[in-house]
Structures are given as C-alpha cells and as structure tokens.
Design a protein around this ligand. Structure first.
Ligand code: UDX
Length: 435
C-alpha cells in the first residue's frame, strides 16, 4: 500500500519512517525544502533516537521512503496522513490552525475526484476535523474521506511509540474508513494494541485531555513539593508512597522544574481557549493554575540560586541541560533555558552545557552562552544548576567536579542526583521539595 505523510516535523518524519518500517511505500511531503533535503539524504533534521537507523534502512535506491516538496506526489496514495504542527497563536492561547488548513487545501487540490482517505494526526481543537472534512469535500469532492487518529508519541521515544503505541484511537464517520485504518495498523493491532473507535470530536478530545491530565499530574506533585519544602517533608518519598496506589500510579509524579516542550504547555492553553469558546471556560480555570504552578517552578529555581549566592549580578553559574527533557534536542518552551535567561537577566554569567541541544539552544537563544563540556560550564562556577535530567549528569563524580568549581553549590532542579554522594563530596545540595 502506498501512503503519503504531509508534514515532516517531529511527528511526521518519525511517522513516515515508521510506516516504511511497517512495509508501506511512503512519500513524505513538506514545504520546508531544507528539511526535505536532509531527510532525503537520510539525516534526521532533529535528534530522535532510532530515527536515523530507520532512515538509513528505507531511504535511498530501492528504498520504500522518499521525501519531496511537491504535493502532486501525494496523488495515488491510498491513505494520506496529516502531521502538521499546531503551534500556539502569536496573539492568543488558541492553536494556530493556519498550517493545517493550508496543508489540507494543498493536498485536496491533488485529490480531486479520487476515492481516498485523509487521516489527521495533529493535535487540534475539537471541531477541527469536521471543518477539515467540509474543506476537503468542497475542493476534492465526496470521494475523499477524513478520519482523525491522534498521535501520542513522546519525543525521545518517538520511534518506539510509533511502532508500538499503547493505544490506537480511530475517529471515523464510516465503516469503510475504520476498515481501512484497521488494515493500515494490522501489524500493531495483531501485536495486541487496544483500538478505540469513536466519532471525530471524541478522538480530538482524547488527545488534548490526555495531555491536560498529564500536565495536571505534574503540577499537582509540584504543588505538593512546595508544601514539602515548607514542612520539611520529602516529595520523592511522598510520590513513591502515593504511586503505589494503582489508581494514582507513580508515573508523571516526578517533582522538579516542571513541564515544557512543544506539546503540553501549548496544548493545555489551546484546550482552555477552546473550552471557553464552547462555554465551559470556567470549568477549566484549574488549567490556568496548572500552567501557573508550572511556570512558577522556574522562578523558584532562580530564588534558590539567590538564597545560595545572594545578588546574582556578576556571579558565574553553570547550567546543565538545555533541552526541555532528556533524549531530545528540542528547546521549545524549555524550562532549562527559561531559567538560564532569567539568571542572565539578573546579571549572572551563565554557561550552559547540553549533550545534544547546544546547537538548537544557540539558534533559539543567540544571546545565551553554550559550551561544549560539563567541566567548561562548571569552571570557576559558584553554583551548578541541574535543569534537564540527562543520564550523563547523574554519572558526574561530585568529588571530581568539586575541584573544577569555585564554590561547591548544586541546585538539582530535577531531584535525581544522588544527594548523599554530592553532600559527602562537600557540596551544598538543594533540590525542590526534597530534604
Ligand atoms: C507529551 C506526551 O507525553 C505525549 O503523549 C504527547 O503526544 C506529546 O506531549 P513530550 O512533550 O514528548 O510528550 O514529553 P513528556 O515525556 O510527556 O514530558 C513532558 C514534560 O513533562 C517534560 O518537560 C518533562 O521533563 C516533564 N515531566 C514529565 C515532569 O516534569 N515530571 C514528570 O514526572 C514527567
């Protein structure tokens, strides 16, 4: 079967490679010529473990995976996946659907009078799919059907999540669309992945409510962490204890600097905005609190640095981590770089090291200083701030690093360094909600 994947960003590039791995002939289409050129040469335009291996296997002579900027090449595919970004609008909390609409129009022009299925995977405000179906029909005719099949992949685990998702949600309006999607995902379904079939609106809401719930879980534990600090309790032990309750579960209860990235922050804002449009805004006031608690973590880390160092002007500080989470070079809404920017704004001399996100960090924040090793960041520093929990930071020997810094202060904003070992090596250790 031939499929097209429209949009080759974090979602689409991995989806295209995953579909090729599952045995389909895939054409990936993007308006960004540089991205298409990189992918066509077998290079992932961003860091994602496992992606380059899939590209190496399927791109090139005789391979099943090609990339192009030409929408006409979508013609002839039986299924077209829409993997277009829905960033936060520049003037509001709502999602900006300009790119999705433009892609649907460009695609539809090449599908006139065809019998084919377009499958939306992007995260969109509820109601979008119905509008996109109307748009498709108005341009391409009644033979082009839409389905909505949200994607739940996590950056850093995107290949794994694409090949082995924990559920498939199929938002459809006909048996034919459901049957075709079941054929596309036959191997995944055979492997035992649960399938949920629903209408468009439910499928759209499943995705945003999953992200809103996860964000709420993180802000809940971060709120508890604040009380732990005030009461002298330990939020890590607390999370372990409540996590044993199967109804709660331990996952997504790691207190610390909070969430960032290209999904959770903008998705909860867009959901709140859409709920307000629908008349349920007040019910979702708590999502504003979830957002506020999350962003307040960043200010809290700066306050901790001030508690250790006093006035930050001219003080040298090492920042470990730039990406919004480990195993990614994505710095969109990165809590680490937000903290680094706040420290610089307070006059500190900040050097940042990240194992892979130095390049993306520098492009997004040209005024910040990125260095190429932990030691270079830590040299003569008066405090080391651990802001993204890359495994290499957990492997630091605190006794060795103590010799590099000017003063052995460490703020572990991800609460995952071995604090006994750091203290034993002479460091003043501070975490968030841990004693
Ligand atoms: C998320 C969802 O998990 C995924 O299903 C959806 O499709 C897209 O959004 P992602 O943005 O890749 O994926 O990252 P995720 O692993 O969910 O982490 C989100 C943020 O939460 C990160 O900044 C992470 O550091 C933070 N986090 C996560 C915590 O602060 N504490 C936790 O316990 C877990």
């Amino acid at each position: 079967m031939r499929v097209s994947v429209i949009g080759t960003g974090y979602l689409g590039a991995v989806h295209a490679a995953g579909m090729a791995e599952l045995g389909f002939d895939v054409i990936g289409i993007d308006v960004d010529a540089a991205k298409v050129e990189a992918l066509s040469a077998g290079h992932a335009p961003f860091y994602e473990p496992g992606l380059e291996e899939l590209l190496a296997r399927h791109v090139g002579p005789g391979g099943r995976l090609r990339f192009t900027t030409d929408f006409a090449e979508a013609r002839g595919a039986e299924v077209h996946f829409l993997c277009i970004g829905t960033p936060q609008a520049s003037d509001s909390d709502a999602a900006d659907l300009t790119f999705v609409e433009a892609a649907v129009r460009s695609l539809a022009e090449h599908l006139v009078d065809q019998e084919t299925l377009v499958v939306g995977k992007s995260t969109v405000p509820v109601g979008t799919a119905a509008r996109m179906q109307d748009l498709l029909t108005s341009i391409a005719g009644a033979g082009v059907e839409l389905a909505w099949n949200p994607e739940f992949l996590r950056e850093g685990f995107a290949v794994e999540d694409t090949l082995r998702p924990d559920r498939l949600v199929l938002g459809v309006t006909s048996d034919r669309a459901e049957a075709l999607l079941r054929t596309v995902y036959a191997a995944t379904i055979e492997a035992g992945t649960p399938v949920v079939v629903s209408d468009f609106a439910t499928a759209e809401l499943v995705k945003v409510s999953a992200n809103a719930f996860l964000a709420t879980k993180i802000s809940f534990i971060n709120a508890m962490s604040e009380v732990c600090d005030l009461a002298g309790a330990d939020v890590g032990v607390l999370a372990d204890a409540i996590g044993f309750d199967e109804r709660i579960g331990r996952k997504f209860l790691n207190a610390g600097l909070g969430f960032g990235g290209g999904c959770l922050p903008k998705d909860i804002r867009a959901f709140r905005a859409r709920a307000t449009e629908l008349g349920a805004g007040e019910t979702f006031n708590f999502l504003d609190e979830v957002d506020r608690i999350n962003v307040a973590r960043r200010a809290r880390v700066v306050t901790l640095a001030e508690e250790l160092l006093g006035d930050l002007a001219g003080r040298r500080i090492a920042v470990l981590g730039a990406s919004f989470k480990p195993k990614s070079d994505d710095v969109r809404d990165s809590p680490a770089l937000d903290v680094a920017s706040r420290l610089v704004a307070a006059g500190a001399d900040v050097r940042i090291f990240d194992p892979v996100a130095g390049g993306t960090g520098k492009r997004a924040f040209p005024d910040l200083t990125f260095v190429s090793s932990i030691d270079e960041a830590a040299e003569d520093a008066e405090a080391v701030l651990h802001l993204t929990e890359w495994p290499e930071f957990r492997e630091i020997d605190p006794a060795v690093l103590a010799k590099v810094v000017a003063t052995a202060n460490v703020i572990d904003a991800r609460n995952c360094l071995d604090r006994d070992a750091w203290r034993a090596a002479g460091w003043t250790y501070r975490g968030l909600g841990v004693q």
